[in-house]
Design a protein around this ligand. Structure first.
Ligand SMILES: CC[C@H]1O[C@@H](n2cnc3c(N)ncnc32)[C@H](O)[C@@H]1O
Length: 482
């Protein structure tokens, strides 16, 4: 199938679908019409898109954890704890790493091992292997909407099974679940495979069922300049809308400077609304703010400091949803108690800040303008490279280094751009690589980094990048020389 940013016809979709449903035996339980009937029977309070729309109307920020274990009953117990004790507003099913690489045979081994050892031998819920009916069993056991959260370049079979299972949201996208997660998956391949997932969501929409899609905002979660992550989010949103997606949550990963993080969310909303209007897409747009995605302090009390700071920033930014971290972040998969604690700390902060927003200021206005200008430089070039087609343009933009995600494992990412924090901890471009920014923008980024260098008595250098990567885990935002 040739890649172009054009809505797939049902014939094109069905031709691919026949093969997708054979990738694992559980694919044969997916029947679109039967699934549509099942989904229509799900009460509104368990529909992701509906709950997001309500939160946006009420101007509140909702909290969602990440969580997933190997076996169905344990996963249900975990989610019920996060709902009842943690008071989670949305529940995830974080999918295991084997499923993310379509290695369903290894999932099967992991499931059997988990049964044998009575502990989760997978780092998430293997939804493909568990199949439609077990996904429905999970949905029946909770009272909040469910979403698949993962990092899967080819999420086609996973999307089929979780949506037929009544989970009304799927996270990911052809850039955001490839470049930060895979080494050798071509951008063209992942864009096509995610067009499939978006077209599936679009088909359900056409049958009167709302399905939410959430591109993965943070990307590598390591010093990603807001304009780079916003550019990717807007592209993935536009590609999804072309396939018929009507409920979109665009995301962003906390960088740590309050003004910049609030400006990132505000500019993401403003710029995406501009683009969706230009292209005539009628979409329910919401935002999601991911609490700090970088290195965490091992000390749990300090971890709660990071978690609460992320919650506060999400509230002050006016994000619709915040993704919660846990006090076990530095060590690995959290216990269900630690996971619930992260949600409770987050909700305490959200409740205390309810209705409050960071007021407009000269600094905030400047940062919003700067992020929008930088983002438009990237998007304009992508569109030019694609001769008006964002899908083709994205493939060419990666080849040219116009889209360049810092610290990405993918061999399709040129990795020439380098970010570093300025004196206030805002993430700036230290090296632009082939990213086409105006001279004014380049000079401004350079000036801010020079100011930091001067205050630290050193040259602007790669060492700043290294220092910034380790800083938060060591208790500061900016990695100043010791
Ligand atoms: C995007 C990476 C994030 O997902 C989190 N994560 C990955 N798998 C799980 C899991 N199974 N349960 C809870 N959190 C998880 C991980 O801690 C990290 O914060």
């Amino acid at each position: 199938m040739e890649l172009k940013n054009k809505k797939w016809t049902e014939a094109e979709f069905n031709k691919v679908r026949e093969e997708v449903l054979t990738h694992w035996p559980t694919g044969k339980d997916v029947d679109l019409q039967e699934a549509a009937q099942f989904l229509k029977g799900i009460p509104e309070h368990k529909n992701f898109a509906a709950k997001l729309r309500k939160a946006k109307q009420e101007g509140i920020t909702l909290a969602q954890p990440r969580a997933g274990v190997a076996l169905v009953d344990e996963h249900i117990k975990l989610l019920q704890h996060l709902q009842n004790e943690g008071e989670a507003d949305f529940l995830p099913c974080t999918i295991d790493s084997y499923t993310r690489q379509n290695r369903y045979n290894e999932c099967q081994v992991g499931i059997e091992e988990s049964i044998k050892t009575n502990r989760s031998m997978l780092n998430g819920f293997p939804a493909v292997n568990h199949g439609v009916h077990n996904c429905r069993k999970v949905l029946a056991a909770v009272e909040t909407p469910l979403q698949a959260r993962h990092g899967t370049p080819d999420s086609r079979l996973l999307a089929e099974i979780i949506h037929a299972g009544g989970w009304t949201s799927n996270e990911g996208g052809g850039i955001s679940y490839n470049i930060p997660y895979a080494k050798s998956v071509s951008v063209e391949r992942s864009l096509l495979d995610w067009q499939y997932c978006d077209r599936l969501a679009g088909l359900y929409e056409e049958m009167g069922i709302e399905i939410n899609r959430e591109p993965f905002g943070p990307l590598t979660g390591t010093l990603v300049p807001p304009s780079m992550s916003n550019a990717v989010a807007i592209i993935e949103g536009l590609l999804a809308a072309e396939q018929g997606v009507k409920s979109l949550t665009l995301g962003y990963g906390q960088c740590g400077n309050l003004v910049q993080d609030v400006a990132a969310i505000r500019s993401l909303i403003e710029l995406s609304e501009e683009y969706f209007k230009t292209y005539g897409y009628k979409v329910d747009l919401t935002t999601v703010f991911h609490q700090w995605m970088g290195g965490f302090p091992a000390d749990e009390s300090k971890a709660f400091g990071v978690i609460s700071w992320g919650a506060a920033t999400a509230a002050l930014a006016g994000a619709t949803k915040v993704i919660v971290k846990t006090p076990h972040e530095a060590v690995g998969i959290p216990t269900m108690e630690a996971n619930a604690q992260g949600i409770k700390a987050t909700k305490q902060t959200l409740n205390l800040l309810k209705g409050q927003r960071l007021q407009m200021s000269k600094e905030l206005e400047l940062e919003i303008k700067l992020i929008k200008a930088e983002t438009k430089c990237i998007l304009d070039k992508v569109l030019e490279l694609g001769k008006g087609d964002f899908a083709i343009g994205t493939v060419k933009a990666f080849e040219a280094g116009v889209i360049d995600v810092p610290f990405a494992p993918s061999k399709y990412n040129v990795g020439k751009m380098l970010p570093a924090r300025d004196n206030n901890g805002a993430v700036r471009y230290l090296e632009f690589g082939n990213i086409p920014m105006t001279k004014e923008i380049k000079d401004f980024n350079k000036q801010l980094l020079e100011e930091r260098a001067k205050s630290e008595g050193r040259q602007v250098s790669f060492q700043m990048v290294v220092d910034d990567i380790y800083a938060v885990g060591k208790g500061t935002l900016v990695g100043k020389p010791e």
